[in-house]
Design a protein around this ligand. Structure first.
Ligand code: SF4
Length: 257
């Protein structure tokens, strides 16, 4: 009988960087970007994650060395070894950020990665569209913090998945595991939509600040909101939510991926 194949997952890239979004901005993290997504947000800046590439790009060290190309799907123990190799000296990174695409399309892999990363002493941070509550339930106990989105229709170009968001937020609120709720806003995002979203967030996930993230112009996606639009949207959200922050994608300013 052939030996059982080790568990694998489709990967886009693994690299060391500074977290560029949300409340952990500026923190050194190892990013594990899993391939595939079931959404198509108009502002998406990682459309290369939709298909599974032939090879994952895996950084050997933060600077200088050429990336390693690992054929997809990648064995989870190989992935964890790559994370451990990058965290040199150990503790250089505060966390591993499991992102995508939509990482929760692969709940079993996220579970195994989280357990392994914790053994390395890394906090486990998961970025998700906030629309896959079943997968959140599967990994809830082994992930330290989640950054779920609130998908505004004006920015994504698709209806907001209110029911999936509600279920996701309730799970996270029950364990106080949401770092923040992130909503991308564009130049045409209406105040009323942001106020309703803020009311929804505070009703279902009151422990988490709401982050309004200005859209970074990308392809045919929404234009970036002006400063005056951001002030108006922040005021509108603040009518419903006690803790609203405006945080842009900082890694773009730094020229980081
Ligand atoms: S959920 Fe993320 S990866 Fe998927 S389409 Fe939206 S922005 Fe892109």
């Amino acid at each position: 009988m052939p030996a059982p194949r080790p568990p694998t997952v489709p990967v886009l890239e693994v690299y060391s960087t500074f977290q560029g979004e949300g409340l952990r901005v500026g923190e050194r993290q190892v990013f594990v970007r899993l391939a595939r997504c079931d959404l198509r947000c108009a502002f998406c800046d990682t459309p290369e994650s939709y298909p599974t590439p032939d090879n994952a790009r895996v950084q050997r060290q933060p600077f200088g060395a050429k990336d390693e190309a690992l054929p997809n799907p990648v064995a989870l123990d190989v992935l964890l070894a790559a994370v451990e190799r990058l965290d040199d000296p150990p503790g250089l990174h505060a966390a591993v950020s499991i992102t995508g695409g939509e990482p929760l399309l692969h709940p079993h892999a996220v579970h195994a990665l989280a357990v392994g990363a914790r053994r390395l002493g890394l906090r486990v941070h998961v970025e998700t569209g906030g629309h896959r509550p079943g997968a959140v339930a599967h990994v809830l106990e082994v992930v330290d913090e989640f950054s779920p989105d609130l998908k505004l229709a004006s920015a994504t170009g698709a209806p907001t998945p209110w029911d999936a968001h509600r279920e996701t937020y309730h799970l996270l609120e029950g364990r106080r595991k949401a770092l923040c709720v992130k909503a991308v806003v564009g130049a045409a995002t209406p105040e009323a939509e942001v106020e309703a979203a803020a009311a929804f967030a505070v009703e279902h996930l009151p422990s988490a600040p709401l982050v309004l993230q200005p859209a970074t112009p990308y392809g045919d996606g929404p234009a970036a909101p002006s400063a005056s639009t951001l002030f108006r949207l922040h005021r509108a959200a603040g009518r419903a939510h006690p803790d609203v922050r405006v945080i842009p994608q900082v890694h773009r300013f730094l020229g980081l991926r």
